[in-house]
Design a protein around this ligand. Structure first.
Ligand SMILES: NC(=O)c1ccc[n+]([C@@H]2O[C@H](COP(=O)([O-])OP(=O)(O)OC[C@H]3O[C@@H](n4cnc5c(N)ncnc54)[C@H](O)[C@@H]3O)[C@@H](O)[C@H]2O)c1
Length: 336
């Protein structure tokens, strides 16, 4: 019955050809939704738009967005499209503001013109920036990003909030912690280029396509001296989006909520490196290096709001599940 209801409803996934987007399209399809992927393929992959209608277009194209919303009678938008490399954003901030902020402005204009109010937005733990004096990051902390990427995400959250009263917007900003892992059936996975995330980098070292892995900082005030982060399996993230879409479709009440998607438990860099070595069975050089500027010792989500509001829990985010799926997918890509 629930799947039948979803079957009549269409979700437009902007950036649906990317890493998290492609897993979310799979999860939405499995939940019975009709999906439309809207993507400019700047970093996404054409072979990762499973069973969705496909529209090639840019986030900045208000006319095409509006036409797509009307043609497919879209009920809810899930918006992943962004430039995502925080380090690069420090060097070249303007493309980040143009793509992430101005692009989302165009989307909000198109949605308003088409009379669509429901949006799930990909936000990030980077919104918390310097709030590092608390053990678990909760959504009511002040937003304090420390780079233009984080600024761009916070600016979009502020735009969404500003549209609640005047336009009746219904928005959920999901703040992901460290996305990782891959579809357990191997249909899609992480294929960023360049890659900057820890787990795929360690996997590249294990596969021998990267000469070594660096551990940046071994003198942090953590049990093994390395940084601790909250790693969340991309399949759990995808389930969080399905829950957020269902939440928005179940009400016409305008509002904005920020909701963390994380496990509430941290893993150290050393634990991640050891898990990849153990699960891959490969040896690779590990070099202990200096701290990188701007890396806080510990970033862990308080996931209480996701439990309470979305009924969402991380079921796939043990380090064993994450590394097993990421390793299997990387081996599959390497053998093609
Ligand atoms: N990967 C993470 O660990 C992580 C953590 C927190 C937040 N996020 C956020 O999640 C979202 C998805 O991240 P990802 O890792 O899947 O990135 P990704 O680069 O794999 O996917 C982004 C997708 O958006 C598309 N896109 C980008 N700009 C576009 C534009 N102007 N018009 C149309 N399509 C465009 C790309 O082609 C790609 O398919 C991003 O908004 C990112 O900021 C990611």
């Amino acid at each position: 019955m629930e799947a039948q209801m979803a079957q009549d409803q269409t979700v437009m996934v902007i950036g649906g050809a990317g890493y998290i987007g492609s897993h979310t399209v799979l999860a939405l399809n499995e939940a019975g939704f009709d999906t439309v992927v809207y993507d400019n393929f700047s970093t996404g992959h054409r072979d990762a738009c499973f069973g969705a209608h496909l529209v090639e277009g840019d986030l900045a194209d208000v006319a095409l967005l509006q036409e797509t919303l009307r043609t497919y009678a879209v009920d809810c938008v899930v918006h992943f499209a962004a430039l995502i490399e925080a380090g690069q954003s420090v060097l070249t901030p303007l493309p980040f503001f143009r793509n992430n902020v101005t692009g989302t402005l165009a989307l909000l204009e198109a949605m308003t013109a088409a009379g669509l109010q429901k949006i799930v937005f990909s936000s990030t733990a980077a919104a918390y920036g310097n709030n590092t004096d608390v053990s678990m990051l909760h959504e009511d902390l002040p937003r304090a990003p420390i780079n233009p990427y984080g600024d761009s995400k916070v600016m979009v959250e502020q735009m969404l909030e500003a549209c609640v009263e005047p336009h009746g917007l219904q928005a959920i900003a999901l703040r992901y912690f460290n996305a990782c892992g891959a579809d357990a059936a191997g249909r899609t996975g992480e294929r960023h280029d360049p890659e900057t995330h820890l787990i795929p980098l360690v996997i590249q070292a294990a596969q021998g396509t990267r000469p070594q892995i660096y551990i940046n900082g071994t003198d942090y005030p953590t049990p093994d001296g390395t940084c601790i982060r909250d790693y969340i399996h991309v399949t759990d993230l995808a389930a969080g989006h399905v829950a957020a879409v269902k939440k928005l479709l179940a009400t016409d009440e305008p509002g904005f909520s920020a909701i963390n998607l994380g496990t509430g438990k941290g893993l150290s860099v050393r634990e991640v490196v050891e898990a990849v070595a153990s699960i891959s069975g490969c040896e690779f050089p590990v070099i202990e290096a200096d701290r990188r500027p701007g890396d806080p010792a510990v970033l862990v989500a308080d996931p209480t709001r996701a439990h309470d509001v979305l009924g969402w829990y991380a079921h796939h985010s043990s380090i064993e599940d994450i590394v097993r799926d990421a390793w299997a997918y990387a081996q599959k890509v390497a053998s093609n």
